[in-house]
Design a protein around this ligand. Structure first.
Ligand code: ADE
Ligand code: ZN
Length: 340
């Protein structure tokens, strides 16, 4: 079988996938039509440049600005349910078997729509998608860096409330260059005490001190973590404690935290024994899928066998408990071994 054929058939695991960054452009257009909302363009082709990463994107902040075009369309339950459902459909079409989607419900909250209501809408979309497609999905609620401590506490409480309804963890998202992690110690401690899994965007656009802080706060996984390459001692610690990194190659190129794919430190991480997983980050805004990311990884000289181990590491790092995790791990390992 050709490498392309194998990649298509490989079971896939995506642990770092922003729901709001993964909307189909056609859906953005349709939501605008239904809500009588004026977008800067009226066809998919014309709208694309407004909702995709700009060619001259210079930073994470620049990248995140793209989301502002369609955020106003998401402040209602039916839109959130729909995009969650469609994400499961799209992921399942490329053989993603386990997905953890994340979003910050505080960004969709309005006077008429509460954080728990936003979360319930997404749960509904996920459950509908799981019934129709051959995919299992967890939900990670993001605390968002530009919002208040009270907003973060409310999101943390919401994660506890819906932990038996697919919510499997929390994250801290947004622009890490502008907001320190110290502001999030309290909600993270609260979640830790409640036994909620924690992942934190850290060392994506900032230095390794943010990764150190995330580890001290008890992060079970690190989102990106690419500046780990600048601190050998910390890298050894992350490797020996087997704290997984959620690597998103194309996103890192788009936000210019690495100059190009070839300068991405992912191969050094693998060589140093760091537990690496491969993920998409923002499928819609970046215009990619996980198949594309796996192909990019092979293009960097990562072998098919290593890719197989990366997929297995994804299953091992899933925010699932006991028997569910064991079942996923065994099933993924078996499928990978049959293909590679
Ligand atoms: N939200 C969506 N994409 C993000 C990223 N790459 N970093 C932080 N927050 C995000
Ligand atoms: Zn992210």
């Amino acid at each position: 079988m050709s490498k392309g054929g194998i990649i298509a058939r490989l079971p896939k695991v995506d642990l770092h996938c922003h729901l709001d960054g993964s909307i189909r452009t056609a859906t953005i257009l349709d939501l605008a039509k239904k809500q009588n909302y004026r977008l800067p363009a009226s066809t998919v082709e014309e709208l694309r440049p407004y909702v995709r990463v700009p060619l001259d994107c210079k930073s994470l902040g620049d990248f995140l600005k793209r989301f502002e075009v369609f955020y106003p369309l998401l402040t209602n339950s039916s839109a959130m349910e729909r995009i969650a459902y469609e994400l499961l459909r799209d992921c399942s079409a490329e053989n993603v078997k386990y997905l953890e989607m994340r979003f910050a419900p505080v960004l969709q909250r309005t006077g008429e729509l509460s954080i728990p209501e936003v979360t319930e809408a997404v749960i509904k979309g996920v459950l509908r998608g799981e019934k129709e497609f051959s995919i299992k999905c967890g939900i990670i609620l993001c605390l968002y860096r530009s919002t208040s401590l009270e907003d973060s506490m409310e999101t943390a409480r919401c994660a506890v409330k819906y932990r038996k309804e697919r919510v499997c963890g929390i994250d801290i998202a947004g622009d890490e260059t502008r907001y320190p992690l110290d502001d999030f110690v309290k909600p993270v401690e609260f979640c830790k005490k409640e036994g909620i899994n924690i992942t934190i965007h850290a060392g994506e656009a900032s230095g390794p001190q943010n990764i150190r802080k995330a580890v001290e706060m008890g992060a079970d996984r690190i989102g990106h973590g690419i500046s780990l390459i600048k601190d050998r001692k910390l890298m050894e610690e992350v490797a020996s404690r087997q704290i997984p990194l959620e690597i998103c190659l194309t996103s890192n190129v788009h936000t210019q935290v690495v100059e190009d794919y070839d300068r991405h430190p992912v191969r050094d991480f693998i060589k140093s024994g760091v537990k690496v997983t491969l993920n998409t980050d923002d499928r819609g805004v970046s215009g990619i899928d996980l198949t594309y990311e796996y192909e990019k990884a092979l293009g960097l000289g990562i072998s098919l066998e290593e890719l197989g181990r990366i997929i297995e590491a994804g299953a091992e790092s899933a925010f699932l408990g006991g028997i569910e995790k064991e079942t996923l791990r065994n099933w993924i390992a078996n499928e990978v071994n049959n293909l590679i």
